[in-house]
Design a protein around this ligand. Structure first.
Ligand code: FES
Ligand code: FE
Length: 382
């Protein structure tokens, strides 16, 4: 590691942390398959039989709603000879999930209910051949799943991120995100490592350079200090700014349960590893990342509004446009950075300025998880 004489500058991860397929494989195993992963918006699976498949680490996972109305998650792999059960990204089945290979058929709660000639094999215990279940929790109106045999505490690792950032659990609950309706969803296919996207979200040193519209609405962002650096602090709207919109014009009515001090402010929360929550008075913007390769991350971004805003067909375009521009500006910056990670100039990494030093905590978090329980040299990102 390069030693930096100045205490102002601390080292980043080395370049290969962003380019080495072996590092990405370890991240799949020790981060995405080990922690809670925000998979699907619950309301996307409104009816029993609706399903969505998501890639989590090296596994494909089916999330579906059973006939009792509960969300369930299963490994997308048939218990007969392992064929992928659902090949579509999303869809709806009537009563059961049937494997397209030899037609083993599973109830929506995962039980094996039928298979050709099963009746002539009376010794087969059907309960032993159900789909493999994956842990699932709902929070903020999303299904979070965890592939670990013993999932870490949801309260500490997921809800804890909001508590750490906002100072308490009540502040985020007041947005009632689970009751909001989807106004817009935009999916971005970003040619960059997922960690570059997290790091970028964590700092605002770049805001003055690349986010003209955002710094107009949130003038303190132009100073470069990310609001999320200070516990409980929300960035205040600028003078004359009426709403979190691309031109500062008025948005919609304030969400009904917000506290007075949450009005006219923007709060950002990073829920590691793959979720960003953005809170403003009249909507919530939630990013879910799906890291697919060391240099490719799909980001699904949802704009969520009070149900009546969406039901009335209100024009959400000016409010969507603000953060859509921010997303494009950020993801362009990440894509410009990705090739630099492979340059010999970045072999030992780069540096973080003081307003970015908290990114060092994220780097230590990644390092510790990758090194956990291994004598594996490739996990050593020092
Ligand atoms: Fe699924 Fe044979 S592999 S029924
Ligand atoms: Fe940004």
């Amino acid at each position: 590691m390069t030693t930096h004489a100045s205490p102002s500058l601390i080292a980043t991860l080395p370049g290969r942390a962003y380019t080495d397929p072996e590092v990405f494989r370890l991240e799949q195993e020790r981060i995405f398959e080990a922690l809670w992963f925000c998979a699907v918006r619950s309301a996307d699976l409104a009816r029993p039989g609706a399903f969505r498949t998501v890639q989590i680490g090296r596994e494909s996972v089916i999330v579906t709603r059973d006939r009792a109305g509960e969300l369930r998650a299963f490994l997308n792999s048939c218990r007969h000879r392992g064929a992928r059960l659902c090949t579509e990204e999303s869809g709806e089945v009537r009563r059961s999930l049937q494997c397209p290979y030899h037609a083993w058929t599973y109830d929506l709660d995962g039980r094996l209910v039928a298979a050709p000639n099963l009746a002539s094999m009376p010794d087969v215990d059907r309960t032993a051949y159900g789909l493999v279940r994956v842990a699932l929790r709902e929070w903020l109106g999303y299904a979070w799943v965890c592939l670990a045999a013993e999932p870490p505490s949801f309260e500490e690792t997921v809800i804890g991120a909001a508590v750490e950032r906002l100072g308490d659990a009540a502040s985020i609950e007041r947005y009632r995100t689970e009751e909001l309706a989807l106004g817009r969803r935009i999916t971005y296919d970003v040619r960059a490592n997922w960690k570059l996207i997290v790091e970028n979200f964590m700092e605002c040193y770049h805001c003055a350079t690349i986010h003209p519209e955002l710094t107009e609405v949130l003038p303190e962002f132009a100073e470069g200090y990310a609001a999320q650096y200070y516990v409980g602090h929300g960035a205040e709207f600028g003078e004359g700014i009426k709403g979190f919109t691309v031109d500062g014009s008025a948005g919609f009515a304030r969400l009904p349960r917000l506290a007075e001090e949450q009005d006219n402010r923007y709060y950002a929360i990073t829920v590691k590893p793959t979720v960003f929550v953005n809170l403003v008075p009249d909507h919530v913007i939630l990013h879910r990342m799906f890291p697919l390769a060391e240099d490719r991350t799909v980001v699904e971004c949802d704009w969520l509004y009070a149900p009546e805003v969406v039901a009335d067909g209100a024009d959400v375009s000016r409010s969507v446009e603000l953060f859509h521009r921010v997303n494009v500006q950020d993801f362009d910056a990440c894509e410009r950075t990705q090739p630099g990670m492979a340059s010999r100039a970045y072999r030992d990494g780069g540096v973080l300025v003081p307003s970015e030093h908290h990114i060092g905590i994220f780097h230590a978090w990644v390092r510790d998880l990758l090194a956990a329980g291994s004598g594996d040299r490739s996990a050593d990102l020092a």
